[in-house]
Design a protein around this ligand. Structure first.
Ligand SMILES: Nc1nc2c(ncn2[C@@H]2O[C@H](COP(=O)(O)OP(=O)(O)OP(=O)(O)O)[C@@H](O)[C@H]2O)c(=O)[nH]1
Ligand SMILES: [Mg+2]
Length: 368
């Protein structure tokens, strides 16, 4: 695991999300430094703050500085020069998470494309600096090679766009293939750190459903789930939603969430431990994202997780406030950690997919 010092903008204040993002990308956050961003052209932060970050890097022996906002290419270079460890800005961090989670050929291509969109202005900056003699070239190459690399990336972008058109046709075929499973598909969705994976693991363990052997063809993020006597479903964990995603990454983001587009039920997980205003904002944006992915509201069950963190009074107050922002299916209260509320959750799921079993009775593992 890489060791990072996290630099956050004080005004934005969503330190929890920033830490969760860093964790998802595989970094251990050792220290957090708050900064103000106003009018700091050269580094993105004030020179006084740079000293503070440097000190923190030394104290904690960090090998990376993650800044929770976007940096211009020139600012990245200047910071790297000043602090002398890797500098990862928010865009780069999100790209690293996407790259780790992209599974389908389409998602991989979309992420590549977004990575290149991110890299191009940085290569341009490098060319400029090599020309000024300020910076050794890319991997020790000179100006000419760096320019060639730039052209190469541009050509690659064109090629990837063409490939993407081809795989998008494939996706439809795959989707039809999934129907042959004879089980409904349930996907977990929600912001990063709300407890999707914890819930995924807990639900998959409740009464071993069909033999896990049947699932070896799928990824580690898909398991069978028991719903009721003789009724099983396929449960899939997904990428967490992320706020403030730059526009050019939206397609990459959506393609890493492809599972959601063919789910029969989407469990939209919300963290009850967060302040009400943040919960409401995240719930509303989640509905928007799901709508963008063409997920029907009638298939979305809001799952309010981590109820174990709250006293009865606090819980009632929060539920009352947030329930006014629930559309479609009613919400369910759970604790993934304490395994509370799972019966209600299964009932809510069965209300949506119950008919599925009447139309096509479960075929058993042998049929998979
Ligand atoms: N108290 C409490 N903590 C929980 C509960 N469910 C999950 N957590 C904690 O919340 C943190 C995030 O949980 P994850 O399951 O990794 O969250 P996630 O939604 O999968 O996050 P990403 O994969 O980053 O999108 C972990 O520290 C969990 O232990 C719960 O019911 N109660
Ligand atoms: Mg997870």
């Amino acid at each position: 695991m890489r060791r990072a010092v996290l630099v956050v903008e004080r005004k934005e204040g969503d330190i929890r999300e920033a830490i969760e993002l860093a964790r998802s990308a595989g970094y251990q956050v050792l220290d957090v430094v708050g900064v103000k961003l106003f009018g700091q052209q050269k580094y993105g932060v004030s020179t006084g703050k740079i000293d503070e970050v440097k000190e923190s890097v030394n104290t904690f022996d960090a090998d990376t500085v993650i800044v929770d906002f976007s940096l211009k290419s020139s600012q990245s270079f200047n910071l790297r020069k000043a602090i002398k460890v890797d500098i990862i800005d928010r865009e780069k961090l999100i790209l690293e998470i996407f790259a780790k989670r992209a599974r389908t050929p389409e998602a991989k291509l979309q992420v590549k494309l977004a990575e290149m969109t991110y890299e191009l202005p940085r290569i341009r900056e490098l060319v400029r600096r090599v020309r000024l003699g300020e910076q050794p070239g890319l991997y020790g190459y000179g100006e000419y090679e760096v320019e060639r690399y730039y052209d190469h990336v541009r050509r690659l972008q064109v090629k990837i766009r063409r490939e993407l058109q081809k795989v998008q046709v494939h996706r439809k075929v795959q989707r039809i293939g999934r129907r042959r499973w004879g089980m409904p598909f349930i996907s977990l969705a929600g912001y990063t750190g709300v407890g999707k994976t914890t819930l995924f693991n807990a639900l998959a363990k409740e009464r071993k459903a069909v033999s896990d052997m049947a699932f070896t063809t799928l990824t580690t993020t898909t398991r069978s789930m028991w719903l009721a006597e003789g009724k099983y479903a396929v449960l899939t964990d997904t990428v967490g939603f992320i706020s403030r995603i730059p526009h050019y990454m939206i397609e990459a983001f959506k393609s890493t969430l492809e599972e959601l587009t063919f789910a029969d039920v989407v469990l939209l997980v919300v963290d009850m431990g967060e302040p009400v205003n943040i919960m409401v904002r995240k719930l509303e944006t989640s509905y928007d994202i799901l709508q963008e992915l063409s997920v029907d509201k009638g298939l979305i069950i809001p799952v309010f997780n981590k109820v174990d963190l709250l006293e009865t009074d606090g819980l009632e107050h929060k539920v009352e406030a947030i329930s006014q922002h629930v559309y479609g299916c009613p919400y369910v209260l759970v604790s993934a950690r304490r395994k509370i509320g799972f019966d209600s959750l299964r009932e809510a799921i069965l209300r949506i997919v119950g008919r599925f079993y009447e139309e096509r009775p479960y075929l058993g593992a042998a049929a998979i």
